[in-house]
Design a protein around this ligand. Structure first.
Ligand SMILES: [Zn+2]
Length: 283
């Protein structure tokens, strides 16, 4: 039952529960990233208290943001290690950032009680706006991982959720570099890489491949560290999106921010524009 019993509060020493320590440490790194790189104070930018629940459910093979807190299962024989994965924790925490950044949320819909897989599943993501929400979490999950490792855009492998799948299933959950490439990820990866593959009503975790890849292409072309230029462009632009924003809206917003920050003829602005062209969101 959520929220569960508190085992480690802010500032407390490590406890016996390994998963609790991992969730604490990785949320700490992510909050530190948001503060140092973007000057953001916690999830809501008003220093809210951050809670993580571990050992959720029984062999629950997933992680989630519930609207109030991050929740991690222990996993099963197919997938596990959610609390050990910094990028997964940064992904979930970023869903909270998005919720507080965009009034009304981004692509968030209520789930009717009869359609819930489990009681706590009150909201879900839908459509292109939901895929943008997912993508923003992937992009920032990847960026936090790169920041923590001190990797530039060429050193990063752009994989999310490594070392979590049983070896026979694959080696990572997603690739921003090559969405849907099952050699790099896992045997049922169905992420789209461009609009030719997009179908209306697709799972937001598949649709997110398109904006994910746009970010990767823009960051690669700009060069250096992803959190220095491409990251701030995405951060500022996504905050301006409306709850039902489309991929085209995101393309327009990021291009606008890049041109305001660096000039319309700048390498940065051209990189952002050509990235959205490459994924066929704009022509
Ligand atoms: Zn997510």
């Amino acid at each position: 039952m959520l929220p569960g019993k508190s085992v480690r509060d802010e500032g407390d020493k490590p406890v016996k529960d390994h998963a609790a320590n991992q969730a604490y440490d990785n949320a700490g790194i992510t909050l530190d990233f948001y503060l140092k790189v973007f000057g953001r104070h916690s999830i809501d930018n008003r220093s809210m208290r951050v809670e993580s629940a571990v050992h959720f459910g029984k062999n629950f093979g997933n992680a989630m943001w519930t609207g109030d807190r991050m929740v991690y299962g222990d996993g099963d024989q197919n997938v596990s290690g959610f609390t050990a994965a910094l990028d997964i924790i940064a992904h979930e925490l970023t869903h909270g950032v998005t919720q507080h950044m965009i009034a009304g949320g981004l692509g968030v819909v209520r789930v009717a009680p009869k359609d819930r897989e489990f009681k706590e599943q009150t909201h879900a993501l839908q459509g292109q706006s939901g895929a943008l929400n997912e993508s923003f979490s992937d992009v920032f999950g990847s960026m936090v991982k790169q920041w923590h490792a001190g990797q530039d855009v060429t050193q990063a492998n752009w994989l999310l959720g490594e070392h979590m799948l049983a070896p026979q299933h694959g080696r990572a959950i997603r690739s921003l570099k090559d969405p849907g490439n099952r050699q790099l990820t896992w045997y049922e990866d169905e992420q789209f890489k461009n609009m030719d593959q997009y179908v209306d009503g697709a799972d937001v975790h598949d649709g997110s491949g398109i904006p994910n890849h746009a970010f990767y292409l823009a960051a690669r072309k700009i060069g250096g560290y992803s959190w220095e230029k491409a990251g701030p462009i995405w951060y500022e632009a996504f905050a301006k999106l409306k709850p039902k924003a489309s991929f085209q809206d995101a393309a327009r917003a990021t291009t606008d921010v890049a041109s305001q920050r660096f000039g319309v003829k700048s390498k940065e602005c051209k990189a952002v524009m050509s990235a959205w062209q490459a994924v066929k969101v704009i022509t």
